[in-house]
Design a protein. Structure first.
Length: 441
């Protein structure tokens, strides 16, 4: 069934990658062909949206040179037709695995979509192919948009004109609006156009802008490894985001705040005791590390059950909220750089942590949790199957990596020196929670 398949990935392919200087770059297309087919073998699905690039600007310039002034609508139509020629070339390359229809009207949804590749082109004046890519992500549930350009990063100004241009590795949509403005101009050369920026901001999407010719780097993006490229996010998500308000107020998106009310404290106390009891019954480790421990409630109950438990937390503000009796067992630290030795704990846990990690650091975070464990690693993750979340949570903007259960299963299976266990821990149905138990080889 469709919902069991991995969500599609949208690749917005700059036209200047396809036709850089008046001639088609067949070497780029060969590499793109090989890359997409290899990823399809791994179960990935793609929307490939073709841009117009330099050749589209050449057509617009030619028209203006001959007749003088042209309307913005006429200029846009020239570019749209260039994107459709580029899209048809991509459709020809992927004809055996692509949907037969090239998307040129984004109001018409695909019916009985089964193919792993779909090609998209320009639609109508005033909307760029960046905007079309955002529409596809919205309509088909894509969890990743990668804008393939001829630059490695977004800069604070044009690096071709200014030697002191600075790399921007991460920015919010509001900051992106300040950079590119809020008005569409035909032929605008921007890393992500203003109209697409406004829609992506409204939808709280994450977009990565990177060099389209570096396919090794593109694979790292898709696989959740460390990569080169600028990440555009709805908000800055760092230690400062997880403050007192996140745990005690509505910022954490709980219908009932964890610590802001007596009811919330009781519910979360029961939840943590339940988790501690299951760990004691099914795994009974001598010692345990809880990553993203918050105020240390799980650590507290594990220690009461006779387990030598410790916690590590990103937020200093949150650690200050911990009970005095548990504070000595908690440390400040980040999941990608844990302040512990190799093979130090029988069990390492994360509860609702990995969905807060940006895509490029997920694999690094998992490998670090494996490093400090000598036996088991348990990850409870919020995934797309967990429908209960709509009952217990409002929108949590720090959930920047919400994927399917199959995505995580595949990722864990690719981590070296561990195996994924199936029946060694009690699990509730997937519409309630998703738990993975790994064993170190």
């Amino acid at each position: 069934m469709f919902w069991r398949k991995e969500p599609p990935i949208v690749l917005s392919i700059g036209g200047s990658l396809i036709v850089p200087n008046g001639g088609i770059d067949t070497e780029f297309l060969r590499k793109l062909n090989a890359f997409v087919r290899e990823q399809v073998k791994k179960g990935k699905r793609f929307f490939l949206v073709a841009g117009g690039g330099k050749i589209a600007r050449h057509y617009r310039d030619a028209g203006k040179d001959v007749i003088g002034e042209m309307t913005n609508e006429d200029l846009d139509w020239l570019a749209i037709h260039v994107t459709r020629v580029n899209a048809h070339l991509l459709r020809t390359i992927f004809q055996d695995i692509a949907h037969p229809r090239i998307i040129e009207n984004y109001d018409k949804r695909l019916i009985n979509w089964k193919e792993p590749v779909v090609i998209g082109a320009g639609w109508k004046p005033g909307w760029s192919t960046d905007y079309d890519a955002v529409l596809l992500a919205k309509d088909y549930g894509a969890n990743l948009i990668v804008n393939l350009s001829n630059i490695d990063w977004i800069y604070d100004k044009d690096p071709n004109k200014y030697k002191d241009a600075k790399i921007i590795k991460k920015l919010t949509w509001e900051e992106m609006e300040d950079l590119v403005g809020n008005k569409w101009i035909p032929g605008l050369n921007a890393p992500f156009d203003p109209i697409a920026t406004q829609l992506a901001k409204k939808l709280n999407l994450t977009v990565i802008v990177t060099n389209g010719k570096d396919f090794d780097n593109l694979e790292k993006i898709i696989e959740g490894d460390v990569f080169k490229g600028t990440v555009i996010l709805p908000y800055h998500i760092d230690a400062s985001f997880y403050d007192r308000e996140y745990y005690t107020g509505q910022k954490g998106a709980y219908r009932i705040a964890r610590m802001g009310s007596m009811t919330g404290r009781i519910i979360h106390a029961i939840s943590n005791f339940y988790r501690a009891l299951l760990i004691k019954i099914f795994l009974n480790p001598k010692n345990c590390l809880d990553i993203g421990c918050g105020t240390g409630r799980l650590v507290k109950y594990l220690r009461k059950l006779g387990i030598d438990a410790y916690g590590v937390e990103l937020s200093k503000e949150v650690l200050e909220l911990a009970d005095k009796q548990v504070k000595p067992f908690l440390k400040l630290g980040h999941i990608t750089d844990l302040p512990y030795q190799d093979n130090q704990f029988d069990l390492v846990t994360t509860f609702d942590v990995l969905e807060h990690i940006e895509r490029g650091k997920i694999k690094e975070a998992i490998e670090e949790s494996v490093r400090v464990s000598r036996k088991y690693i348990l990850h409870k993750i919020y995934t797309k199957e967990n429908l209960w979340i709509s009952l217990m949570h409002a929108k949590d903007f720090s959930h920047i990596s919400v994927f399917t259960k199959d995505y995580w299963k595949k990722l864990f299976s690719e981590i070296s020196h561990v195996s994924v266990l199936k029946n060694s821990f009690f699990r509730l149905p997937s519409f309630i929670e998703t738990i993975f138990l790994l064993k170190k080889d």
